[in-house]
Design a protein. Structure first.
Length: 102
């Protein structure tokens, strides 16, 4: 009985010890999304993909999520555009071909 309680307490303590105060903030781009308002406030990272099923996109989101504190401390805001149609303002401006990070 004691080992079960000990193991259970470890599983309850460890996640809270490693839980970060920040979570990854991802904005999914819409047709009229604009990043001009972020000047001098945030550092935008634009992630373009032709589909939300793209393995490159999934891997990149996972990598961003692995250390959200690092992004937050650098004032990074992640924008994801995974729909090539209709063209968003950001797609028209940067003209990505396939998977692209800017």
């Amino acid at each position: 009985m004691v080992p079960r309680i000990f193991i259970l307490s470890i599983f309850l303590i460890i996640p809270s010890a490693y839980a970060s105060g920040d979570t990854l903030e991802i904005t999914y781009v819409e047709t009229n999304t604009d990043i001009k308002d972020l000047i001098w406030e945030k550092r935008p990272v634009l992630v373009f993909s032709n589909s939300h099923l793209d393995p490159n996109l999934k891997q990149q989101i996972k990598m961003f999520g692995s250390d959200p504190d690092a992004l937050s401390s650098r004032d990074v805001k992640v924008f994801v555009d995974d729909k090539p149609e209709p063209n968003s303002n950001l797609r028209k401006r940067f003209r990505p071909k396939g998977f692209l990070i800017i």
